[in-house]
Design a protein around this ligand. Structure first.
Ligand SMILES: [Zn+2]
Length: 238
């Protein structure tokens, strides 16, 4: 009898202990959830625009394919070495297109290309890779950029700038993804208006310093940028 009583007492004690333990666990979980919901949600709601902007700068403005992979990617794909540059619209010589805004106008870091037919008639017109290369970035980016494609070109016979980069912005659509290899003249997207922000045009940049942030599009500091037309004219296909 004594032993049975002892067992009953132990069982009762264990039952309460387990019950208590479960309740403690529930309490801890509830506390964590409460803290999370009170600390995180209001901050995000109050600072949503700042957080979006910060996240875009930090994560979305740099190429997706890291620079240390370029040597091996081009090494295994020698047919994608650059053999010269064409214009991205009206290929190969920009026939039917003109520069609506030059490099340097109002601190513009690129060239804006439009069809001579004017207005939005060029919305959806094809945009072509200016040379063979590796797509390092293909995203819809916030703010004034819209759909952007970035391509890195390897020019083995240009020791001063063995790698240059072309940037195509405000696109209506993108037909390539980061990691794709493209040929000069290949259709990579189409002329757009950055989700309705502008009249349709292509913003084209050519960069001597690859893998910088996408940046602001306008700046006094032109380090790392070519004048696109000058560079294309000096480096026509051979
Ligand atoms: Zn522009």
């Amino acid at each position: 009898m004594k032993f049975k009583s002892f067992l009953v007492v132990i069982t009762i004690l264990l039952f309460f202990q387990i019950t208590d333990f479960t309740q403690i666990l529930k309490g801890v979980t509830a506390q964590v959830n409460t803290e999370a919901s009170f600390q995180e949600v209001p901050e995000k709601a109050d600072n949503w625009e700042r957080i979006m902007h910060r996240d875009t700068e930090a994560n979305d403005m740099f190429p997706t394919i890291p620079i240390q992979h370029y040597d091996s990617i081009f090494g295994y794909n020698r047919q994608f070495f650059s053999d010269g540059f064409d214009y991205p619209v009206g290929i190969p010589n920009a026939e039917g297109y003109f520069k609506a805004q030059n490099f340097g106008d109002d601190l513009h870091l690129g060239e804006d290309w439009n069809a001579v037919t004017g207005g939005n008639t060029d919305l959806g017109d094809p945009v072509h890779a200016v040379s063979n290369g590796l797509v390092t970035f293909s995203k819809d980016v916030c703010c004034g950029w819209g759909n952007v494609i970035r391509v890195v070109h390897y020019i083995p016979d240009n020791p001063e700038h063995p790698f240059v980069e072309s940037v195509y912005a405000h696109l209506n659509n993108r037909r390539v993804q980061a990691g794709d290899l493209v040929m000069r003249g290949e259709k990579i997207g189409s002329i757009g208006n950055a989700n309705g922000r502008y009249m349709a045009h292509l913003h084209l940049e050519l960069r001597s310093f690859i893998n910088m942030s996408l940046g602001p599009g306008y700046s006094k500091d032109i380090f790392g940028f070519f004048v696109p037309t000058d560079f294309i004219e000096k480096n026509r296909p051979h």
